[in-house]
Design a binder for this molecule. Structure first.
Ligand SMILES: [Zn+2]
Length: 296
């Protein structure tokens, strides 16, 4: 490579390294995913082989290896059964946050049932970790046009930010015209920070670029290009998300329709290698740190 080209590559990479992106994990077991809701009823969760502790501990080790701190949106049901895991997340310097208690889709719940769910999870995680819980992410990004009332409930229950609105078109979630960057939302009860999943905008359409099935199913180059574009062109932090079961190719196989199986099982064996590459290519921190650098 000619010296001038090497220099320009280094110059191009410098801003990318300075931008802090958010690393987030939704802590749930493989059988609690919405796609298996009809296959593994909540009443049988207790009887399933649990793999969430070992998978989350592997993620914690991976983050330590790369000096990455993250936000863990912990399911209350998991926190209740595995308090040592919650304490470990906090003791290793990460931000504990809430994924609700029972992994029920927000738009399938009445507001009072939702209130009970997010209150129970918040108390459980705070009591166990000894840390205040400020953030919430809904199961399957299920804050949509028909469940925006949830934001008011979150404020009333003491949450300060929500990370549940995905500004994309999807069969189960999304508000395609929602703002694409972290922003303060004025609600009747005060101001709640909203932290959308990251997208790039191509031809008037928002496309997801930072996490979950999109990270596993599409080539890694898509994520790398997308986050670099968000950081360098749009000058915004990206919000990356994954689940502990996504680094577990040995997890038991459950029945679901073909699309559900594709989304859940595709390329599980590649996630860990890709995650290592991602943490080499970009800087990550917990959401509370990333938001501190955003204008309210
Ligand atoms: Zn979830």
């Amino acid at each position: 490579m000619p010296p001038s080209s090497a220099a320009s590559t280094a110059a191009a990479e410098a801003p990318r390294r300075r931008m802090l992106n958010a690393m987030t994990v939704d802590v749930e077991d493989y059988f609690q995913v919405s796609v298996f809701e009809g296959v593994v009823p909540r009443a049988s969760w207790e009887s399933m082989e649990s793999r969430v502790v070992s998978n989350t501990e592997r993620l914690l080790d991976l983050f330590d290896e790369h000096a990455v701190k993250a936000t863990f949106f912990i399911l209350g049901w998991v926190a209740e059964r595995h308090p040592g895991l919650v304490r470990s997340i906090a003791a290793r310097g990460h931000e504990p946050a809430s994924h609700g208690y029972a992994h029920r889709l927000v738009y399938d719940q009445a507001p009072e049932a939702f209130r009970d769910d997010v209150r129970r999870a918040k108390h459980l995680i705070e009591d166990t970790s000894g840390c205040g819980v400020r953030g919430y992410r809904a199961p399957s990004f299920s804050v949509t046009e028909r469940s925006l009332w949830a934001l008011d409930v979150l404020l009333e229950e003491g949450y300060r930010y929500d990370a549940s609105i995905f500004p994309i078109r999807h069969d189960r979630y999304g508000i395609p015209n929602a703002p694409r960057w972290p922003h303060a939302m004025a609600r009747s009860g005060g101001s709640l920070f909203e932290v959308p999943g990251s997208t790039v905008r191509i031809g008037g359409t928002n496309l997801p670029v930072a996490g979950g099935g999109y990270f596993r199913i599409l080539p890694y180059a898509w994520t790398r290009w997308g986050i670099a574009r968000v950081n360098r062109v749009e000058r915004q932090p990206a919000v990356f998300y994954l689940h502990p079961w996504e680094i577990d190719p040995q997890q038991p196989r459950l029945a679901a329709n073909a699309l559900g199986r594709f989304r859940h099982y595709r390329n599980l064996h590649l996630t860990e290698t890709r995650l290592r590459a991602l943490m080499r290519d970009f800087a990550f921190g917990p959401l509370e740190t990333v938001l501190a650098g955003c204008a309210a």
